[in-house]
Design a protein around this ligand. Sequence first.
Ligand code: HEM
Length: 145
Amino acid sequence: MINRRLQGLCFVLGLAFLLGGSVASRADSTLYEDLGGKEGLTKIVQYSVDNYMADPRIRDDLDNINLDRLRSRFFDQFCELTGGPCKYTGRDMAATHKGLHLTVAKFNAVVEDLQDAMDKVGISSRTQNRFLALLAPMKSAVVTQ
Ligand code: HEM
């Protein structure tokens, strides 16, 4: 009797573990898909960089840099971060932004311009927030002022 109960309990716990695991990994791997995969992310990067270059709060900081390289680095970084099939091979965030004397206001400007780009691509606010939550920890590496 006890053995049967134990077996039943093990079965239920095992099932919960399996279901829980698959739901969690599915949730993780869909952020890239929810952002529109390669096509969506390419547009998000394109629109964000367009926004940065038109934004008087930050455009001077991006003067004289290779924009094609920046777009490609952004794409790889965002793709990898969101579980897509890419590898970011650029420099680390602290080394890249060291010496640029970036403020919280500039960091926020970059995030707002990215949100605007995601709005243009039709990304839901829930998906936007999941993505922005992955970028938030970079603040301490980017902001030095
Ligand atoms: C969430 C915030 C940010 C992220 C995720 C981010 C990400 C990146 C990435 C991936 C690169 C390319 C690194 C490489 O070339 O290997 C880069 C470069 C750069 N970022 Fe950021 N960045 C952020 C904030 C900012 C802000 C606020 C500014 C200035 C307003 C800025 C200015 C630059 C500049 C000037 C470069 C080019 C550096 C160079 O080529 O020498 N970034 N960033």
